[in-house]
Design a protein around this ligand. Structure first.
Ligand code: AMP
Length: 131
């Protein structure tokens, strides 16, 4: 898709902080993270949302989601994780290329979707992920 920001990331036209990649998915840090390590997992083929994902792609896509979640949990010492997906403008979807949000959680009592952005640097998070 010509004007899709996530397709541009896949093509390398827009930079990203890559967390995980295989033949089917790319995972990268969200630019406005809600927790440390907030990551998006996208299929390399453009599907507007979850409803558009063909059945035959489900396994490959969710394998990528799981691999990414495991990596984040281990490297960042997360105690848990929210795995979320917004479908359609009314549900809060802003980028119309399928993505699941992975939000590592570190302490009790925090909201599902923290109102405050995580203020640490993405570079510091990447150092932990590569260690
Ligand atoms: P959603 O509301 O589910 O469509 O979420 C879209 C997410 O994409 C938001 O959390 C944005 O911060 C994130 N986002 C938008 N552009 C970029 C980008 N170039 N790199 C990383 N994350 C992005």
């Amino acid at each position: 898709m010509k004007d899709c920001v996530f397709c541009k990331i896949i093509k390398g036209e827009i930079p990203c902080h890559k967390v995980y990649e295989d033949d089917y998915v790319l995972s990268f840090l969200d630019i406005t993270p809600r927790t440390e390590g907030h990551t998006l997992v996208i299929p390399k083929k453009h599907y507007e949302n979850f409803f558009e994902l063909p059945d035959k792609e489900i396994k490959n896509y969710f394998k990528g989601v799981k691999r990414t979640a495991e990596l984040l949990k281990t490297k960042l010492n997360a105690k848990g994780m929210n795995i979320l997906n917004n479908n359609g403008e009314i549900a809060g979807q802003f980028v119309f290329h399928l993505h699941f949000h992975l939000l590592p959680k570190y302490e009790k009592g925090k909201e599902l979707w923290p109102k405050q952005e995580y203020k640490g640097s993405l570079e510091d998070t990447m150092k932990k992920l590569k260690s």
